[in-house]
Design a binder for this molecule. Structure first.
Ligand code: HEC
Ligand code: HEC
Length: 302
C-alpha cells in the first residue's frame, strides 16, 4: 500500500518558498520515521535576506498521533481505510493541496485554521473548518459527506490546525479561505481559446496526466502523493461542484503549480489549459448524491 514511505527516505529537507510581499516564509518538512515523524521548520526571511527559523515538532501523546493520522489521510485519501469509504474518485487531498498542504504557492493548509469559523458565500452560511473539509470530500473528491465530528475529519482538522499554529486569528467574513490562499490570476472567460488549451495540454500536460486526462498510475514523482499522476477529467476526477471546476481557480492553480515542479505557463496558456480540462466530461454535482444515507431506523420491537 502506498504510504508516507517515500517521504521517510528524504534525507535533504525540502524547502518551499513563497515571495509574500517583502518577506518569504519557508516550510521545511523533514521526516525521520513513519510514526511521529513530523518536524516543521517555519522560517521567516527578513528583508535583509537573513532567515529566522523556528523548528517545531508535533506535540506528544494522543494529539501528536491524531495530527500524524490526519497527515497520512490527507496524503493518501484514496486508499486510507478511514477516508476510502467517503471518497468517490482517484484523488488525494494532496493531489491539489500540494506537498500535503505545505506548498505555500498554491492551496496551502498553513494558516487556514486561523480563519474559521468563516462565512461561505457558496453555502450562504458560517462554516467550521470541519465543515470545509467535508465539502472537499463532496466536491473535489466527488464523495459522500463524512461526519464532521468523526475521528477522520477531526484528524485532518488537527493536521491543518497544527500547520496553522502561530498564525494570528483573522476570521473571514467574505470567503471561506485562509490568509495564504492561492494567488488569483486575471482570466477573461470570453477570451479563452480551447484549441490553444488543447495544444498546451498535449505539449505540457499529457505526458503525466494521460492522453485522455485519465492520469498515469506509473508516473509516481518522488515528492508527490501516492497513486501516480492524478486524473484531470472523467469519472475519477473532481466533479462540477469543485473549486477546481471554476475557470479562475483552475487557471490560477495551473499558473502557480503546473507542469509539476516546473510551472512556466503564461497566464493566457494557463487559462486556456484550465478551460480545456474543464470542457471535458466529469461528474455533475447533485447535492443529495453526496449526503450520507439516513441512519437506519431502529424498530421499537427490536
Ligand atoms: C481537485 C482539487 C482538490 C482536492 C482533491 C481537494 N481540494 Fe481542498 N480545495 C481545493 C480548492 C481549489 C480550494 C479553494 C476553493 C476556493 O477558492 O473556494 C480548496 C479549499 C480547501 C480548504 C479551505 C482552504 C482555505 O484557505 O480556507 C480546505 C480546508 C480544504 N480544501 C481541504 C481539503 C481536504 C481535507 C481535501 C481532501 C479530503 C481536499 N481539500 C481535497 C481543491 C481541492
Ligand atoms: C511531470 C508530471 C506532470 C506534468 C507535466 C503536469 N502535471 Fe499536473 N500534476 C502532477 C502531479 C504528480 C500532481 C499531483 C501531485 C501530488 O499528488 O502530490 C498533479 C496535479 C495536477 C492537478 C490537480 C489534481 C487533479 O488531478 O485535478 C491539476 C489540475 C493539474 N495537475 C494540471 C496540470 C496541467 C494543466 C498541466 C500542464 C500544463 C500539468 N498538470 C502538467 C504531475 C504533472
Amino acid at each position: 500500500m502506498p504510504s508516507a514511505g517515500h517521504l521517510t527516505s528524504l534525507r535533504v529537507p525540502l524547502a518551499i518558498r513563497l515571495a509574500n510581499k517583502q518577506r518569504a516564509f519557508h516550510i521545511v518538512l523533514s521526516a525521520a520515521s513513519k510514526v511521529l515523524l513530523l518536524t516543521v521548520v517555519l522560517c521567516l526571511t527578513l528583508p535583509a535576506g537573513t532567515a529566522l527559523c523556528q523548528e517545531r515538532a508535533i506535540p506528544p501523546g494522543k494529539l501528536g498521533e491524531t495530527i500524524a493520522l490526519g497527515r497520512e489521510i490527507s496524503l493518501n485519501t484514496a486508499q486510507h481505510p478511514l477516508s476510502k469509504p467517503y471518497k468517490g474518485n482517484a484523488l488525494n487531498c494532496s493531489s491539489c493541496h500540494l506537498k500535503n498542504g505545505t506548498d505555500l504557492n498554491n492551496l496551502p493548509y498553513a494558516g487556514v485554521a486561523a480563519a474559521y469559523p468563516a462565512y461561505s458565500p457558496r453555502e450562504d452560511a458560517v462554516v467550521t473548518l470541519a465543515d470545509r473539509i467535508s465539502y472537499c470530500f463532496m466536491r473535489s473528491m466527488n464523495g459522500i459527506q463524512p461526519p464532521v465530528d468523526g475521528a477522520m475529519v477531526t484528524a485532518i482538522a488537527a493536521y491543518i490546525t497544527w500547520l496553522s499554529e502561530g498564525t494570528a486569528i483573522k476570521m473571514n467574513s467574505v470567503a471561506a479561505l485562509g490568509p495564504n490562499s492561492m494567488k488569483q490570476i486575471n482570466v477573461n472567460p470570453d477570451d479563452v481559446n480551447l484549441e490553444n488549451g488543447r495544444k498546451v495540454y498535449e505539449g505540457q500536460c499529457a505526458a503525466c496526466h494521460g492522453e485522455h486526462g485519465e492520469g498515469v498510475k506509473e508516473i509516481q514523482l518522488p515528492e508527490a502523493s501516492p497513486g501516480g499522476s492524478p486524473p484531470l477529467w472523467g469519472n475519477n476526477s473532481y466533479n462540477k461542484g469543485a473549486g477546481m471546476y471554476e475557470l479562475q481557480k483552475a487557471a490560477s492553480f495551473i499558473k502557480s503549480s503546473m507542469p509539476y515542479a516546473a510551472a512556466n505557463l503564461s497566464e493566457k496558456d494557463a487559462a486556456d489549459a484550465a478551460a480545456y480540462i474543464n470542457s471535458k466530461e466529469r461528474p455533475d454535482f447533485v447535492l443529495k448524491r453526496h449526503l450520507p444515507k439516513a441512519a437506519p431506523r431502529v424498530k421499537l420491537s427490536d
